[in-house]
Design a protein around this ligand. Sequence first.
Ligand SMILES: O=C(CO)[C@@H](O)[C@H](O)COP(=O)(O)O
Ligand SMILES: [Fe+2]
Length: 226
Amino acid sequence: MVVSPKIAPSMLSSDFANLAAEANRMIDLGANWLHMDIMDGHFVPNLTIGAPVIESLRKHTNAYLDCHLMVTNPMDYVEHMAKAGASGFTFHVEVAKENWQQLVQKIKSAGMRPAVALKPGTPVELVYPLVEGTTPVEMVLVMTVEPGFGGQKFMPNMMDKVRALRHKYPTLDIQVDGGLGPSTIDTAAAAGANCIVAGSSVFGAPEPGDVISLLRTSVEKAQPTT
Ligand SMILES: O=C(CO)[C@@H](O)[C@H](O)COP(=O)(O)O
Ligand SMILES: [Fe+2]
């Protein structure tokens, strides 16, 4: 595999009252990125954090903040998220069918890394133009649960999307998010995922560092033929 593993604990499963300490603990335990779930209570039936929390956290860490925006109007968030210190900006294709080119351009101009996510019911073909565009996204996030909540069950049938993406794009960062942990990582890694989001399996473990290492090792071992 020519793409490197990026393990991103989902801070949604952390103790939000101790966010900075939790974030730095994850980095010290070997995490590459911190996955930040931004939800607007409209695109998904849950409300979490926004730019003010990212801005506060940024004062306590230099880590890559991988922001997953489950919001209906991602365009409205770009400037605020960039100013707050977000590193990556992942929007959902379901709400950016018309204006994705403008959106990707705006994300890049604001200094963030653009990525696109798709819900379980969304066909993978919808993101191909975004990967192949003149201003392409740099990562595709395949949701392996319905977005909105941590702690749900991994959907193995989403691996068809991961396999299709890996076959078409051997060097693309492909992220999976939802229900990843020791019992599901090998399936995702074998399909070709290299960016792994894990919330409850990491924060709920007695030794979160062991889970982070296991996730990384599984991705490193998987060598899907592309
Ligand atoms: O985006 C989401 C949920 O919408 C995720 O990032 C979850 O927060 C992952 O949590 P686990 O399924 O790993 O517990
Ligand atoms: Fe997420």
